[in-house]
Design a protein around this ligand. Structure first.
Ligand code: NAG
Length: 255
């Protein structure tokens, strides 16, 4: 019996011990940190950022925003849904999300019926854009404004050995964002290869591909054409069509 009760308690408390709920916000965009409060016309709300001490993010009482204690970091970037507070919505709207906004937040609320405090984790993510280009015999892959720290990997289809020209470089900017780049040597002998570069950070992942197609030398084309119409033209068209279809198919495998 005791064991059964213990198990019951365990199952009931288990979800609470799994940690705070997490909200993932996109760098420079707006984000809502949810918080339920007791419906009342006399609600007091204190939002605090708990990373390295307790910093006031936004306070509300006497039916007004109270920003006297607000931390500099959040100045002009916070608001509550004021007409919804009396109905129990104490969510915080944060605009222009910064990397420094990451961390744990508490939402304290009190009404004539008592008080409560809930916690939430804010994670910041910056969207990844990957650019890939051919410079002489090198394929350069680069990505900027990424967060958290990214990784970069190369692949080639059909598979063959890759020659990394330069080691992957990672830089971090003042805004704590990362940029990453890497380059690859491309063999002159290999045609119809699709080179793909993948940049990934914890949740976010993007791949850019570069297709190296065989370019018919003008002299070859001229030789084929002048070598007689009819059969030669037909063969040429068939071969060309076949090659371009293969290249197209390979280019499409990357996303
Ligand atoms: C509070 O209201 C805002 C705006 O309508 C909404 O986006 C948010 O999800 C609400 N939060 C809660 C906890 O109900």
């Amino acid at each position: 019996m005791f064991c059964f009760m213990f198990l019951m308690v365990q199952t009931l408390t288990w979800p609470l011990s799994r940690g705070d709920p997490t909200v993932t916000c996109v760098f420079r965009q707006n984000c809502i940190l949810p918080c339920n409060v007791d419906p009342s016309s006399e609600t007091i709300i204190h939002w605090d950022h708990l990373t390295s001490g307790e910093h006031n993010v936004h306070s509300y009482y006497d039916t007004e925003d109270q920003l006297g204690r607000q931390d500099q970091q959040f100045k002009g970037r916070t608001s509550l849904f004021k007409d919804l507070i009396s109905r129990g919505n104490g969510s915080l709207m944060l605009t222009g999300v910064k990397i420094q906004d990451e961390g744990r937040y508490s939402c304290y609320s009190s009404t004539e019926r008592g008080s409560r405090k809930t916690f939430i984790q804010l994670k910041v993510e910056a969207l990844i854009k990957v650019s890939i280009k051919l410079v002489e015999n090198r394929i350069i892959c680069s990505s900027e404004w990424i967060y958290p720290q990214p990784e970069l990997s190369w692949s080639v289809n059909p598979p063959s050995e890759l020659e990394i020209n330069s080691p992957t470089m990672v830089h971090q900017t003042e805004e704590q964002l990362y940029s990453i780049s890497s380059s690859l040597l491309v063999s002159d002998r290999l045609y119809d290869q699709t080179y793909s570069c993948t940049v990934s950070s914890s949740r976010n992942k993007k791949t850019a591909s570069f297709c190296k197609k065989e370019v018919m030398e003008a002299s070859k084309v001229a030789a084929i054409i002048t070598g007689g119409f009819g059969l030669w033209i037909l063969i040429f068209v068939v071969i060309l069509g076949f090659c371009s279809r293969i290249t197209e198919a390979m280019c499409k495998t990357a996303s």
